[in-house]
Design a protein around this ligand. Structure first.
Ligand code: NAP
Ligand code: ZN
Ligand code: ZN
Length: 346
């Protein structure tokens, strides 16, 4: 066991504070990673506040991890000391179910192990990226291409893959009108990736205050959802809407913006249920779907795609002492567009 410094929430809703945790010895197929940067995802806040239900404390959040390999187990074949690597939301899965065998470990039916707020196969709680080091089985580690800066790559491990996967699955590309709902950590990567895939991209944000950024990142159009005229003007427009909003919305209104046969794919994970009038779907054969992160091979594909197109995240680099303030700002939709912790400050 190795003792490493970390930032943890000691209990639900309590501020995060500096502490130490134990990392397991590097096993046969394990990689020891010196974490350099860790992104702050809104999911960290949902979990640290028990907004999604009971959680494991103390909690070291963080599933947008970028770092450098500092040791490998004897059975490791994919990585060597010095490699630039990333870890996302999962650190293990059953590896036997249909979904694992298809490379969709995120939908493992045998039970996958989340990077934090989970329990590993060794029965120990998992601790995430707000820490100096992590030990992960090589199967759940991906390579960060040289073309991406490590700090700007960290958010791709969750925000990037969470948008890349549904955009690919629902065919975002040339000739398709795609709307990204919510211009936060996930949303801004959605704009960049959908634009790079060749789609015509619209941002639907609460206000126009981030409009200049949205257009700079690749959006063709930008509308405020606080303006009722938006819903009249855009009725029946989109092939695909991806919602990244962290609170429950009136999806009936957004389904009205889809053209016949269009899909609204929700990746936001609000703490409250939503209410749906099924006539919002049946009249024009519309789809309401959900999507969760992406598989490991697909995460590597996304990183390679982002490197090829020069798509890092827009980040605000912070010290570990600023984590609690950053949480407050994320809750106020006041981040441009991802807080990333410089883990050297832990
Ligand atoms: P974020 O940076 O806080 O972005 C969320 C955006 O939602 C905000 O920037 C804001 O966009 C919009 N929003 C917030 N409050 C709103 C309100 N009251 N009404 C309308 N819009 C509102 O969060 P994130 O890290 O991108 O995560 C977004 C959600 O996705 C969270 O619930 C998170 O847990 C979830 N998530 C899901 C997955 C998955 O695999 N499905 C993965 C990661 C995260 P504007 O300022 O543009 O209005
Ligand atoms: Zn996340
Ligand atoms: Zn499985």
């Amino acid at each position: 066991m190795t003792t490493v410094a970390a930032y943890a929430a000691p209990a639900a809703k309590a501020p995060l504070e500096r502490t130490t945790i134990e990392r397991r010895e590097v096993g046969e197929h394990d990689v020891l990673i010196d974490i350099r940067f860790a992104g702050i995802c809104h999911s960290d806040i949902h979990q640290a506040t028990e907004g999604w239900g009971e959680a494991v404390f103390p909690m070291v959040p963080g599933h947008e991890i970028a770092g450098v390999v500092s040791a490998v187990g004897p059975g490791v074949t994919k990585f060597a000391v010095g490699d630039r690597v990333g870890v996302g939301c999962m650190v293990d899965s059953c590896r036997e179910c249909e979904n694992c065998r298809a490379g969709q470990e995120q939908y493992c039916t045998g039970g996958n192990v989340m990077t934090y707020n989970g329990v590993g196969k060794d029965g120990e709680p998992t601790y995430g990226g707000y820490s100096e080091k992590i030990v992960v089985d090589e199967h759940f580690v991906v390579r960060i291409p040289d073309g991406l800066k490590l700090d700007e790559a960290a958010p791709l491990l969750c925000a990037g893959i969470t948008l890349y996967s549904p955009l690919k699955q629902w065919g975002a590309g040339p000739g398709k009108k795609v709307a990204v709902l919510g211009m936060g950590g996930l949303g801004h990567m959605g704009v960049k990736i959908a634009h790079a895939l060749g789609a015509e991209v619209t941002v639907l944000s609460q206000s126009l205050r981030k409009k200049e950024d949205g257009l700079r990142l690749g959006a063709d159009h930008y509308y405020a959802t606080s303006d009722p005229k938006t819903f009249e003007e855009l009725a029946g427009t989109f092939d695909l809407i991806v919602s990244t909003v962290s609170v429950a919305l009136d999806f009936n209104a957004y389904l009205g913006l889809l053209r016949t046969g269009g899909a609204l794919v929700n990746v936001g994970a609000p703490e409250e249920p939503v209410s749906l009038n099924l006539f919002s779907l049946i009249g024009q054969r519309k789809t309401l779907a959900g999507s969760m992160i992406g598989g490991i091979a697909e995460t590597q594909e996304m990183l390679d795609f982002c490197a090829a197109h020069g798509l890092g995240a827009e980040i605000e680099l912070i010290a570990a002492t600023e984590i609690n303030d950053a949480y407050t700002r994320v809750l106020g939709s006041d981040v441009r567009y991802r807080f990333v912790i410089d883990t050297a400050t832990i």
